[in-house]
Design a protein around this ligand. Sequence first.
Ligand code: SER
Length: 314
Amino acid sequence: MKTLVTGGAGQVGSQLIPYLCELGNEVVVFDLAAAPTTLPEGVRWVQGDITDAQAVSSAVAGAGPEVIFHLAAILSAKGEQDPHRTYRVNLGGTYNILEAARTNGVRQVMYASTIAVFGPGLPEPVQNEVSLRPTTMYGVTKVAGELLGEYYQSRRGLEFRGVRFPGLVNAGVPGGGTTDYALWMYVDAVRHGRYECFVEASSRLPMMYLDDGLRAMVELSQAPRERLKRCIYNIVAISPSAGDFADAVRKRVPGAEITFVPDPARQKILDSWPHEVDDSAARSEWDWRHEYDLERMSDAIMERVPALIEQLGR
Ligand code: SER
């Protein structure tokens, strides 16, 4: 099948590309960044700006995909540094993709949503259909993107599906999210023997190993239409605290010194998100199951940390 991936240079996209290739898809990427030097064979890379409707439209027309995985976005922490650009990239970009999909006969758009669509004070575990009142520009644009996609499904005949990702962790460079501390804990424990975490040890959030997240997107994309009762699904795996991550790291890097010095801006974002999310709709409508718990995730990350350090420099 022909697919187009936006945000292919990002944390999720860079891993989704090889995964889609392994599954036998023909992949075209659309990203602001230039193509990396190593790309799976056959992948075509189109460099362009998601806020440029014309560029998006011609990339979609040129690729002729059946499915678009729309991942291009600015994450929560980076988003607060430039809310205007975040609005243009996240919401304008989603509008451009949906329009290009509609006018070019794309069958399905897959959307990366997030737990950042939730605001403070919701009863936990947070259900799939609740009042969405986020306090970050990232969250606001992701809620609007969910609604826009639902509109295109109900009024414009496009198939629109998405998952609300928890914090995604893998041994890849994270893109400026609030949940990035989890990965840096492993990396800096190995390369420096210490890490100063920018949130409190007690901070607890839904988290997921990236491989589970990639599989979720693909499985939802392939789920039979008649089983799905909605467009957007909560998905969760584990909900460890930052302190639990530190324990998992210390177990693997004996003597690692992990301290907690909260950065008020990022702590505030984290505190606005729920600790526990209910994903029973995904589990019953398309058989979603996570495979990685904290131990398995930590082992998988540790295996790849040396290569990441090589890439990042010491
Ligand atoms: N990982 C994201 C962030 O921290 C949440 O979707 O912004």
